[in-house]
Every structure is written in structure tokens, then in C-alpha cells.
Design a protein around this ligand. Structure first.
Ligand code: AMP
Length: 220
């Protein structure tokens, strides 16, 4: 079973995706996390990716597609978070899944207005432990102890690309290059859009429950 999380940067793909993975026993494959680890470890891939990521641009398709395919080829249950982000990536994924007999069950599209995205990403903090990667928000979803991850106790840090200029660039790229995938997956009859109001207190729980309900309905 394969699930895709679609949505603008900061829409909650990682947080909701992690809950969906727990529910269905899926492996969480987040391309942004993979790139950040490669950058931390100063690998060749990391060096290439960092040129683009630091400017809020997309890493070129040929690099990203090869990286994702090598990460998922031996996995049965996967939640893709942050991939695909272009129509070419979606086409490559479709061909890969056909070749490898894998089934895409649903594409969960988190719909958040741009002004809320800017507010939410500017106050996002993430766990510095690469094996945890939990995400919090100092305004909307604060950790129990300031600066410390609830899940593993490591320090929380800010992502370098979560500054207002880079966020605006990433949002623009989202609208230009990723948003067409909404229509693409609607045509494939796989799209499940969830409208998100970030000011509702239990938004994480409500969105997760709604996403799980929609996946279950499709899976039966
Ligand atoms: P994320 O953590 O998903 O917001 O990703 C952080 C950054 O990694 C993005 O702004 C891109 O520079 C890069 N990235 C992640 N996923 C992809 C992708 N599917 N295609 C190209 N670049 C990506």
C-alpha cells in the first residue's frame, strides 16, 4: 500500500504523515528529511542538493527520482511525504509502481491558505535527532518543554529554509510546479483533499482522523 501526502511546505504533511504511518504500518519516506541527512553527512548527493535547498528551489528531477526509487524499491508499505513535487516526478513514480507491482491507494492533499503557511512555517521547529525528525510549532503546536523534543528529548532547531524569503520562494514553486498534481491525481481518481484551519485547537487530531477515514474508505 502506497500513500502520497501532497500540500504546500508547512501544510502538515510530515506531522499527519507520521500518524498515518503508525496507523497503517507504513514506512515514512520524506524526501526533505533524506536530503537534510545527506547534507549533514556531507555526501556528494548532499552537496548537490544543498545548492538548491538553501535557495528554496527544487532539487532537479533526475537526482530526486533516482534517490526516491533507491529508497523505496524494497518496501511494500510506504507513505511518500514531499514526493512527487512535479508532473515528471509523478509520471516517473507511476511507471516505477507499475513495473514493481505496487499500488497507490490515495493521495492526501492538505489544503492550507498561503498566509497561514507563512505564519506556520516561520514558527516551526524540528527535532535535531535525525532518527526522530518530529516537528513542532512554537505558536500552534508547542513542545511540552521549550526547545526540547517531546518524543526523544533532543534539542529542537529551526530549519535553515524556514525563513520568510525562502518560504515565499518555496510557496511560489509549490504553486507553479506542484499544484498541477492536484488535477493530475484528481484525474487518476486518487485525490482526497482536506481543508485545514490552523486556528482550530485539535487540528492535528481532526486532520489525522479525517485522513485515516478517507484511506480506509478507499482501501475497502
Ligand atoms: P521539505 O522538507 O519536504 O519541505 O523539503 C525541503 C527541500 O528539499 C525542498 O524545498 C526542496 O528543495 C527539496 N526537496 C524535497 N523534496 C523534493 C522533491 N520531490 N523534488 C525536488 N526537491 C525536493
Amino acid at each position: 500500500m502506497y500513500i502520497i501526502m501532497l500540500g504546500a511546505p508547512g501544510s502538515g504533511k510530515g506531522t499527519i504523515g507520521a500518524e498515518i504511518c503508525n496507523e497503517f504500518g507504513l514506512k515514512h519516506v520524506a524526501t526533505g528529511d533524506i536530503f537534510r541527512n545527506e547534507i549533514k553527512n556531507q555526501t556528494e548527493l548532499g552537496k548537490k542538493a544543498s545548492e538548491y535547498i538553501s535557495q528554496g528551489k527544487l532539487v532537479p528531477d533526475e537526482i530526486t527520482i533516482a534517490m526516491v526509487e533507491s529508497n523505496i524499491k524494497d518496501l511494500q508499505g510506504v507513505l511518500l511525504d514531499g514526493f512527487p513535487r512535479t508532473t515528471d516526478q509523478a509520471e516517473a513514480l507511476k511507471a516505477f509502481m507499475k513495473e514493481n507491482n505496487k499500488e497507490l491507494v490515495a493521495v492526501i492533499n492538505l489544503n492550507v491558505p498561503d498566509e497561514d503557511i507563512v505564519k506556520r512555517t516561520s514558527s516551526r521547529v524540528i527535532c535535531s535527532n535525525k532518527n526522530c525528525g518530529a516537528s513542532f510549532n512554537t505558536v500552534f503546536m508547542p513542545p511540552k518543554v521549550e526547545g526540547i523534543c517531546d518524543k526523544c528529548g533532543s534539542k529542537l532547531t529551526k530549519r535553515e529554509d524556514d525563513n520568510p524569503d525562502t518560504i515565499r520562494e518555496r510557496l511560489q514553486i509549490y504553486h507553479d510546479q506542484t499544484e498541477p498534481l492536484i488535477e493530475y491525481y484528481k484525474n487518476e481518481e486518487l485525490l482526497e483533499t482536506i481543508d485545514i484551519d490552523i486556528y482550530i485547537e485539535d487540528i492535528k487530531e481532526r486532520t489525522t482522523a479525517e485522513a485515516i477515514k478517507r484511506i480506509n474508505e478507499r482501501n475497502h
